[in-house]
Every structure is written in structure tokens, then in C-alpha cells.
Design a protein. Structure first.
Length: 290
């Protein structure tokens, strides 16, 4: 039997993609106002659950079911390149699914149910017959909810003793999930040609590169402005201004992106998205006092 090398396994699980759900879980933790020192296990265990467990599983399953598209767009990836032999990619996705569920049991029923839902969305995103990613609106919504909203709400619920967070926390988590839909679209610009050939209707395929660039940017900005308005209404003026200024900082990047979408999408990902996620944490700290 051919075994994949450990570095190839790591490449399949894509550690660089783990940050968003880990950060969102941390935002959920912060937003409750509960003591981090008194709940250290819940914080660390949950962050590992969000990133190296659930997100890694989603990456493995996506790469397995995308192997034919990747053979066109990115043939050097582990599975299409042959460095991940046979059915190892599928096997690792299944094993990581089981491990994620077992890991989640240590955080209580809310975390277990949220993990199960996240895993269902991860498999439905990539695997037939649902294969949500066949439509950019549906697929990116599933991803955004899992990576941001579900992770944020799980962090909050775990810190609150497996209780439903208050309405403000829920609204902020959903708003940042809405904005994350635009972030997910940024990843689709590198795969336009393969997506067209394999009938994957990403937003750049459906709307054209410039149309999708406009939509991605608009969704990101509107989410942040809505958060800023809610913070202002809640008396958190400094936080509201900070989120608004961070959104303005993304404007030059988005302007260049809209003018020349395909090469500039990576610039928004690299320099614009960090400002978006800083705003998430600013909002999380503000929620403690609202």
C-alpha cells in the first residue's frame, strides 16, 4: 500500500485556511464577556475544533470531490498530482469527520450539534448530489455560515454553558457571515477557467469577473457598515468608528480589484480581509458592554 507523506497530508488539510473559523470562535468567546482564564479548556479545545479539526476536514473533502476541477486549475495539488495516492484523500476526510465529532463531545451538546451541522455543510458543499459549490450563491453562503457565523455562535454558546447567546451576538455573527460571502467569492477568481469547463457556476462565472468583483466588494462593505451602525446605536461610538475606518481602508484595494479582478483578488484577500477580521474582534469586545 502506498502511504502519502506527512507533508502531503498537511498540504491537503491546508493549515493556512484554519484561521477564519478559529478567529470567529475566538470572537464568540470574547463577545460573551465570560472569563477566559476560568474557561481556558473551552477556549483552546474549541479553537482546535474549529480549525485543525472541522476546517481541515472540509478542505480534505473539498479537494477529493474537486480533484477533476483541480486537474485543470491547480494540477500540482496533492490529489490530481498523484502525491496523495488512491483513495487516501477520501479516507482522510472521513477519518477527520469522525475525529471532529469525537473532539466536539468534550464541549457539550451545543458544540456537538454545531460541529455536526458544520460537517454536513462541508460535505454538502463539495459532494454530490447536493454539491452546493455548483452555485456560487448557495455554496458561498454555506461556507460563510460555517466559517464565521456557526463558529462565532459556538464559541459564545460554549462559554455560556451551552446556552443560546443573546440576540445581539446572533445578529453580529450573521452580519459577519453575510460579509464573509464576499470573502468566499475572492477565492473563485483563480479557478474561472476550470469552473467553466466543469460547469461550476461560481459568481465570476455567473456574473463575469467584474460583476462578481463588484458584488464581492459590496457585500463585504455593507456588512461592516451595518455592524458600525449597530455599534453606534448601542453607544459603542469608538468601536463603531474603528469598524467604519477599517472598512474605508479596504476601498483602495477594492477599487483596483474591480478594475482588474483576476490578478487583484489576491490583494484584497491578503490586505483587505485582515482589516475585516480586525473589525470582527473590535466588535466582539464591544459586545461585552452592550
Amino acid at each position: 500500500m502506498n502511504f502519502p507523506k506527512l507533508k502531503v497530508v498537511a498540504e491537503l488539510l491546508k493549515p493556512i485556511t484554519w484561521f477564519p473559523p478559529m478567529w470567529a470562535y475566538a470572537c464568540g468567546v470574547i463577545s460573551t464577556g465570560e472569563s477566559i482564564e476560568m474557561n481556558g479548556f473551552k477556549v483552546v479545545w474549541g479553537i482546535v475544533l474549529a480549525g485543525p479539526m472541522v476546517c481541515a476536514c472540509s478542505q480534505a473533502s473539498n479537494d477529493w470531490f474537486d480533484r477533476h476541477v483541480d486537474a485543470i486549475n491547480e494540477p500540482n495539488r496533492p490529489i490530481p498530482s498523484g502525491r496523495m495516492p488512491g483513495y487516501w484523500g477520501l479516507g482522510l476526510a472521513i477519518v477527520w469527520t469522525v475525529l471532529s465529532l469525537l473532539w466536539a463531545t468534550q464541549l457539550g451538546p451545543w458544540a456537538f450539534k454545531a460541529t455536526a451541522l458544520g460537517l454536513v455543510l462541508a460535505w454538502a458543499y463539495s459532494a454530490p448530489p447536493l454539491r452546493f459549490k455548483q452555485n456560487g450563491w448557495i455554496g458561498n453562503t454555506a461556507c460563510a455560515l460555517s466559517y464565521e457565523g456557526l463558529a462565532w455562535l459556538t464559541g459564545a454558546a460554549v462559554m455560556l454553558g451551552n446556552q443560546l447567546p443573546n440576540n445581539l451576538i446572533i445578529v453580529f455573527a450573521l452580519l459577519y457571515s453575510f460579509g464573509a460571502h464576499g470573502i468566499m467569492t475572492l477565492n473563485d477568481f483563480k479557478a474561472i477557467e476550470g469552473d467553466r469547463q466543469m460547469n461550476v457556476r461560481s459568481l465570476p462565472v455567473l456574473m463575469g469577473a467584474k460583476g462578481a468583483a463588484w458584488m464581492s466588494s459590496l457585500i463585504m462593505i455593507l456588512a461592516q457598515w451595518a455592524v458600525s451602525v449597530l455599534l453606534m446605536q448601542g453607544g459603542m461610538t469608538q468601536s463603531a468608528i474603528a469598524v467604519f475606518i477599517l472598512s474605508l481602508g479596504q476601498f483602495p484595494l477594492m477599487y483596483s480589484f474591480i478594475k482588474d479582478p483576476i490578478p487583484k483578488a489576491i490583494h484584497v484577500s491578503a490586505f483587505g480581509v485582515p482589516m475585516y477580521v480586525v473589525g470582527m474582534m473590535v466588535s466582539a469586545f464591544a459586545l461585552r458592554s452592550m
